[in-house]
Design a binder for this molecule. Structure first.
Ligand SMILES: Nc1ncnc2c1ncn2[C@@H]1O[C@H](COP(=O)(O)OP(=O)(O)OP(=O)(O)O)[C@@H](O)[C@H]1O
Length: 259
């Protein structure tokens, strides 16, 4: 790990071009973003503006067409357990119990049984699933599955958690509960989180910085620091003022020609 002055993630002039038959898609154009350890960043923007592309580049699943993506100052060459990804559809192993899903990463890293058990117990507790340790994914609700997915990433010792619309498939009440739990985990563990969402309100509830992206070509429109005190109140005038500003920025691309 580098000194504290080095950002955990730096995106420097990153572009990503996809070729689809005879069509060239500029998924991401000249993106710049610097993220410090312990930040909670939300990426918001309309469908197709490159949010997932940027997240996948940070994860190391995709490489930029040009520019550089760095973690602790070093190029991100491929996936690594230090960068955990949480997806909307959970991506759990259906044939493994909750306990074994969470322990899969530590066991694959060659840790012994007692150590794996200790790690699994710690994170099962953290996400409140002790009673379901031996259940299988199909026996869990959506919210519980997402808790397992979060615990699995944390058990892998991830420093950076990349979340692609993780609560998008959940009902409103479960979503609110998981937002609270995620904030609690973030505050307790000092993780760095990059969280993709379509929902402005969710971004303002969670983030200390909201990065607004616009499509055609996908680009970063603005980077907005939020200094609202926590816990945040969606009904407060301050919250609504920020919601108005961000909504205007989100729609700033309307009328422009698609790439
Ligand atoms: N593997 C790929 N091959 C071709 N085109 C792709 C690929 N991945 C993404 N794209 C295109 O790149 C653009 C950006 O996609 P991306 O998934 O990053 O957007 P997004 O902002 O996450 O959208 P959404 O909110 O709908 O998930 C889209 O036009 C998409 O069709």
């Amino acid at each position: 790990m580098a000194d504290t002055a080095t950002p955990i993630i730096e995106i420097k002039g990153v572009s990503k071009v996809f070729q689809l038959q005879d069509q060239t898609i500029n998924a991401l154009s000249d993106a710049h973003l610097s993220i410090n350890k312990g930040e909670f960043i939300c990426l918001i923007g309309a469908s197709g503006c490159g949010k997932s592309t940027l997240l996948r580049i940070m994860a190391g699943f995709d490489q930029p067409s040009s520019g550089e993506a760095l973690m602790w100052g070093k190029p991100i060459a491929g996936p690594d357990p230090s960068r955990g990804m949480v997806f909307q559809d959970y991506a759990l192993f259906p044939w493994l119990s909750v306990r074994d899903n969470i322990g899969f990463g530590p066991a694959s890293r060659g840790l012994g049984g007692a150590e794996v058990k200790q790690i699994v117990d710690k994170f099962i507790d953290l996400v409140g699933l002790a009673k379901f340790a031996n259940a299988y994914p199909h026996q869990l609700s959506g919210g519980m599955k997402q808790r397992v997915a979060i615990a699995r990433v944390l058990a892998n010792d991830a420093e950076l958690v990349l979340m692609d619309e993780p609560f998008g498939a959940l009902d409103a009440m479960t979503r609110e509960r998981l937002q609270d739990e995620l904030l609690e985990i973030w505050e307790r563990t000092k993780l760095t989180v990059v969280f993709v969402t379509h929902a402005v309100e969710e971004a303002i509830l969670l983030a200390n910085r909201v990065v607004v992206m616009t499509p055609g070509p996908g680009r970063i429109e603005s980077d907005n620091a939020l200094d609202l005190p926590r816990p945040r109140d969606v009904a407060s005038p301050e919250f609504n003022a920020i919601r108005r500003v961000l909504s205007t920025k989100l729609h700033s691309h309307h009328g422009k020609k698609a790439a």
